[in-house]
Design a protein around this ligand. Sequence first.
Ligand SMILES: *Cc1c(COP(=O)(O)O)cnc(C)c1O
Length: 448
Amino acid sequence: MKYIFSNSFQYAPSETGGMLYYSLNHNAPRVSFAEAAVKGQAPDKGLYFPRFIPELPKGFIDNIQAYSKEEIGFVVMKPYIGETITNTALQDIITETVNFNIPLVPINNHISSLELFHGPTLAFKDVGARFMSRCLGYFNKNNDKEVTVLVATSGDTGGAVANGFLGVEGIKVVILYPSGKVSRVQELQLTTLGKNITALEVEGTFDDCQNMVKQAFADIELNKRLLLTSANSINVARWLPQQLYYFYAYQQWQEKEPPVISVPSGNFGNICAGILANVSGLPVKHFIAACNSNKVVTQYLQSGNYEPQPAIPTISNAMDVGNPSNFIRIIEIFHQQFHELKSKVSSISVDDITTAQVIKKVFSTNNYLLDPHGAVAYYALENYCNTTNAKGFIVETAHPVKFAETVEKIIEEKVEIPTAINQLLSAEKQSIVIPPEFNALKEWLINQ
Ligand SMILES: *Cc1c(COP(=O)(O)O)cnc(C)c1O
């Protein structure tokens, strides 16, 4: 494979030798990509944000058809990485990150679906998790101390992170999940990998898992003994590579007018990456943040008041977030200018009944099966297209089979099971059951 960009493309600002990241709480030193990726969060608990948003090289978008997925990945990511990863290693990381199909599939005349569910865990989180895991493996390769990645999961994140880190040298992954509270497929994705991945089945809730992990990061003795790190979705190494598939979609976009893009949003990392790509030069007509009944951002865009709420459970449960952590990054991209933000991004809240109706309607009319998250995005986009006559695509974030129980009830038919899942269903679950107490986790971590 050839990478024509490695030496020929130059980015204007001199700082690209080492892009710096600042904390959005503005009370911590600026750091390199490497440090931001390893730390996850700034010491002042703020999210890291790049000091400037790079501009795409001239002519890149006009010629985008000519480039491979890997080449696009390199051009987009290089300025964010600076010299913290060598060009060859970055090329390898990108190649491994996007080694599955990311097709833009038409559903009808106005709406297409960017299918991000062809990766190993059938969810879009594979892209960010694969990139981050390989970066951490790279940064840790000269360190003789093993790193332990601790993650609490309510479902999709754990699987993507575990799979991303599987076999990465020098890194151990410990996943905490609430016993009996994740779907069968999700549980098997966490518990059947083996190697450097261990699943701790906690006899409690997701909140218990999350609290145990938080206590572990704050525990002085534990942090003296182990190099603990998190694989949280706010990590820049998970957030930034999510820009890539917006470029792959544009490569496949056939219309003259740029697309309207509807993104099913929970923590708003995905849509925020799309907006970043747009500011760098990717043509996008408009963004729609499609939300379920958790509508903090929808209400913010109406009223200008941001009021976090407790999360409400829905059938699109990966979006059940009452205080989206990445929203502050979107505000930063628009320089705190509410009106600029409002002219580029709109938001709508879609309830479960409507979501189910959409799944049923699109399946019977267009013979396309949406998952509940994609269905929320579809409704939002259709609504927008009806009033503006625009065309666009939804970001389909998960394969419907991951939510088979919900979807089968709605369409009153069995969902076809992909081969990867079939293999999983016959694999043997391996977990270690622990009580929902920090001391149980600590003891296990020390004695492992
Ligand atoms: C995580 C997730 C989302 C929400 O993505 P954010 O980046 O948190 O907005 C949407 N759909 C699925 C299937 C997910 O797993």
